[in-house]
Design a protein around this ligand. Structure first.
Ligand code: PMP
Length: 355
């Protein structure tokens, strides 16, 4: 039946997220969720919102949530756009800022949704290979383009990009929008939000799925110059002007207002990450520097694909990609201390069979 499909999507390979098993209980270290629950205040706000008022449409402007985010980031509400997860926000960005025929640049080895969106919207793109240690080859992004998309820290490698490099990319691509996807920034990278005032072409995209423990609520947002954010509203209002439901707006707002809890959770995940990294190095793994809530690891003697299935048999899910350069690597989300203890013990036993 593919003859009825649009030419644009006939050969597309859609992004597949990590599995969300329902059959048995796994230690889930495969989709970069937060191992800790949302704050009590967030859960209470969600319960309150899930009441009689659900008969009413939600606020199409997400006013209260945008005000809370603006106060948190030192911006104005007109500089904030919210959507159902940063995946949706990114999709709106691709539609609002990139034009077919003008080439958009992103790294080869990054969040695999970027090429999916570019294909879906009929946009031209060029993937620029990361350097040997998965660093960003900044020079290759300085020639001017129809747009740039970079994740900081990058996924799935976890490496961060210095703000000075982002500044150079913004300056060299001043005729186009530069999207900086900060899904994991709270775990240790430097945010580009402080550059928004100086660079009218910068859009910073965030999610509440990781550091804010709200993956199930589906909330993401973009920040930038009010003129750029207006383009996102234009796309959204031509498509689905209500976007975020009442429950998501209320829960997300409460979470933003509960900054202490969020900071404590992030600090805990970072401590666990650094301890797990040290332990994995002792087991002979190469552990790439991570500024995220996951580790990207490889072992010279133990093939990643075999470790993946060995872990799965023992009830632990991690992520692996059948992709050149990274097909001997695993991405491991940071779980609780107990989960990481189990993970390190089991992977240590599996590696023992090869060494
Ligand atoms: N950007 C990156 C780099 C990610 O890894 C993810 C999570 N898979 C997202 C965006 C999307 O997150 P969400 O849609 O849950 O906000």
């Amino acid at each position: 039946m593919k003859e009825f499909w649009s030419d644009r999507i006939r050969d597309m390979v859609p992004y597949t997220p990590g599995e969300q098993p329902r059959d048995r209980k796994f230690i889930k270290l495969n989709t970069n969720e937060n191992p800790y629950p949302p704050s009590d205040g967030t859960l209470a706000a969600i319960r309150d919102a899930a009441g009689a008022e659900l008969r009413r449409y939600p606020d199409p402007e997400c006013t209260a949530l945008r005000e809370a985010l603006a106060a948190f980031h030192g911006l104005t509400p007109e500089q904030i756009f919210v959507g159902n997860g940063s995946d949706e926000v990114l999709a709106f960005c691709f539609q609002a800022f990139f034009t077919p025929g003008r080439t958009v640049l992103f790294p080869d080895i990054t969040y695999s949704f970027y090429p999916v969106y570019a294909s879906l919207f009929g946009q031209d793109y060029r993937e620029i290979p990361l350097d040997g240690d998965f660093g960003l080859p900044v020079e290759a992004f300085l020639g001017g383009s129809g747009g740039v998309v970079i994740a900081n820290p990058n996924a799935p490698t976890g490496r961060d990009i210095p703000l000075s490099d982002i500044r150079r990319i913004l300056e060299a691509n001043s005729e186009a929008a530069v999207l900086v996807d900060e899904a994991y920034v709270d775990f240790g990278a430097q945010s580009a939000v402080e550059l928004i005032g100086g660079y009218p072409n910068l859009v910073v995209v965030r999610t509440m799925s990781k550091s804010r423990s709200l993956a199930g609520l589906r909330v993401g947002y973009a920040m930038g110059n009010a003129g750029l954010i207006a383009a996102l509203n234009c796309v959204k209002n031509s498509f689905n002007s209500y976007t975020l439901d009442r429950v998501a707006q209320a829960g997300a707002e409460a979470s933003v207002r509960d900054a202490d809890y969020f900071r404590a959770v992030v600090a805990r995940v970072v401590r666990t990450r650094d301890a797990a990294a040290a332990r994995l190095k002792e087991l002979g793994f190469r552990v790439y520097d991570s500024a995220a809530n996951f580790l990207f690891i490889s072992h010279d003697k133990a093939p990643a694909r075999e470790l993946l299935s060995g872990l799965r048999e023992r009830g632990i899910l991690v992520r692996w990609w059948d992709k050149p350069r990274i097909d001997n690597c695993l991405r491991v989300t940071i779980g609780t201390d107990g989960e990481m203890e189990t993970f390190c013990r089991v992977i240590g036993e599996l590696v023992g069979a090869y060494t």
